[in-house]
Design a protein around this ligand. Sequence first.
Ligand code: NAI
Ligand code: ENO
Length: 309
Amino acid sequence: MSDLLFDRIALIGIGLIGSSIARDIKALGLAGEVVISTRSPETLKRAEELALGDRYTTSAAEAVRDADLIVVSVPVGSSGLVAEQIAPNLKPGAILTDVGSTKASVIAQMAPHVPEGVHFIPGHPLAGTEKSGPDAGFEGLFRGRWCIFTPLPETDEAALGRLRNFWIALGSKIDEMDPQHHDKVLAIVSHLPHIIAYNIVGTADDLETVTESEVIKYSASGFRDFTRLAASDPTMWRDVCLHNKDAILEMLARFSEDLAYLQRAIRWGEGDKLFELFSRTRTIRRSIVQAGQDVDAPDFGRHALDPKA
Ligand SMILES: NC(=O)C1=CN([C@@H]2O[C@H](COP(=O)(O)OP(=O)(O)OC[C@H]3O[C@@H](n4cnc5c(N)ncnc54)[C@H](O)[C@@H]3O)[C@@H](O)[C@H]2O)C=CC1
Ligand SMILES: O=C(O)C(=O)Cc1ccc(O)cc1
């Protein structure tokens, strides 16, 4: 069934997130026409083979001509460059959004290029996997997941409503917050876990000579969970670290302090302290799982926890 929301949608960047959006737009009939643009000709060719859109171009400026909605899904460090490229061709009244994992930096990079009359509404779907590229995307990725908007103070309510309806059509729940708050919250719930995973897998790799390859051979499920996160795209996560530097460093400082507390408790045999912390964290896990059961997102779970991974 068709539920047209925009005449023409331009998708800039067609990796995991861009291609998942493209698949949903097509499946739900949300656009009259979908124009796809990405920097590399090979990725663009793959998007065409997968029939993700109606027209394809390596020129972002060309893609946005006459588009009513433009979704920028590139690594956050490239947001400014893309905004600069597309700015001259943005149609007055068009909605420009992004999906970047950091928000204050994306706004600082993009907003100066956005012409008057274009509605720039930064966004961030809290859904994804460790995979990247157009083949990694799938229909239903955003179903039951949060999408956070960090609108600028002067944002037009009607434009906000149209973008809200777009994400609701993809199955998302919408929340709004200011960009600095977003960056702090995401630093602890998403950015730190990835950094910790990169670090522990790196440490284990460095220890390989000491442990004679037993780390990999005997890797139990705890370590395997870390390796999934540590397999995430290096370009994307380099950019996240560089573009949410302050919030990440603040959370890392807190994390290191708490780790030192744990280290002390282990050194001095303070079992009660260990037991208290491990009990508290177990409750948190249980409440997250409980909340997850209320969310109708079985597809996400299946893809995020690929049994073959
Ligand atoms: N991977 C994930 O789980 C999630 C990622 N995000 C955010 O979404 C954005 C995209 O991430 P993914 O789709 O995972 O990455 P990806 O690596 O799968 O795709 C990135 C796409 O951007 C293109 N690209 C890179 N630089 C470009 C440029 N200058 N001009 C035009 N195209 C360019 C690449 O060719 C590719 O098509 C990032 O900002 C990331 O922080 C948000 C939520 C979840
Ligand atoms: O793969 C995972 O577990 C993720 O956490 C995916 C993810 C990565 C980056 C985001 O900004 C949002 C979601």
